[in-house]
Write a protein that binds this ligand. Sequence first.
Ligand SMILES: Cc1cc2nc3c(=O)[nH]c(=O)nc-3n(C[C@H](O)[C@H](O)[C@H](O)COP(=O)(O)OP(=O)(O)OC[C@H]3O[C@@H](n4cnc5c(N)ncnc54)[C@H](O)[C@@H]3O)c2cc1C
Ligand code: FES
Length: 288
Amino acid sequence: MKSQVISVREINKEILEVKVEIPRNWKAGAGQFVEVTVEGFFLRRPISICDVDGDQLTLVFKESGRGTEKLARLLKSGQISELDIIGPFGNGFPIDEIAALINGTNGRVYQESQGDHKNQRNSVDDQDSTQLTTKKLVLVGGGIGIPPLYQAAKEALELGLTPSIYLGFNSDGDVFYIDEFKKLGVDVVTAVMKQSMEGSWVLGSVIDALTSEDPRQIIVCGCGPIGMLSALEKWGHQGYLSFESRMACGYGICMGCAVKQTDGKMVRVCKEGPVFKLGQIDLQQRFI
Ligand SMILES: Cc1cc2nc3c(=O)[nH]c(=O)nc-3n(C[C@H](O)[C@H](O)[C@H](O)COP(=O)(O)OP(=O)(O)OC[C@H]3O[C@@H](n4cnc5c(N)ncnc54)[C@H](O)[C@@H]3O)c2cc1C
Ligand code: FES
């Protein structure tokens, strides 16, 4: 599909936000992606859905290599007025299922009691003897893994959830999209590994910033570098992670993007993923 460019914004020196026109009936969910043609390159580049709003699609991408650098140059200089996009592809974050789970228990889960009942979920009648806790959605993003969580936050809010957002960056100079999240009305905690000025952020990794949260009470959705995903996998009890893999066809034919699951079976990041359940993917293998 040829999509008219509506706006191009340089978020910082290497990250670009581009808004394009889409048909009103074009639907895509958080964590899904499109494949974008870059003139002169045979393979399309996968970019996540950042936001779908009426007839506007927002993509946010980093100049990471020759293809994305060229795309950014063409957009910034106004040499192209439309993007050639196909998609959406893949399975995204199942925000509706998460909302059903959380709302279905009226936001309450019952902490497992000790001793004989250790493996039994307690009923509402047991409230006196067990502690009622609220299960909530936490979205964790790192670097250029952050854009798909914007759409995830929007979908969650539409379904009556109030997600907490944790965003991690290498340095305070890299911070982006915080205001966009805040405008949605969600709580955002920012973590930076290095800081050059004072700011309202946690100094450390995004996992360090999660210390006030109890992972047993959380459904986590994460997108970011593999180190962050590995740390989230250790931290989390329930949730979903979005993975990257080098892609060729982008829609399930070539097997170029296949990764190994923990049960040894191979799955395609472009087709069965990019979002997988916590614990589903073998993190010992080499990723991009
Ligand atoms: C599902 C998915 C969603 C993504 N969403 C975003 C996003 O929202 N914003 C963003 O900035 N980046 C995103 N990426 C990464 C983005 O696709 C790569 O940065 C981009 O393809 C690099 O292309 P290049 O030509 O600049 O780099 P080069 O290194 O020159 O690319 C050479 C080839 O390798 C492939 N490749 C290189 N790095 C990656 C990578 N990380 N993932 C997949 N293929 C890669 C390229 O597509 C190309 O075919 C996503 C990747 C995947 C798999
Ligand atoms: S990129 Fe071809 S099967 Fe996934």
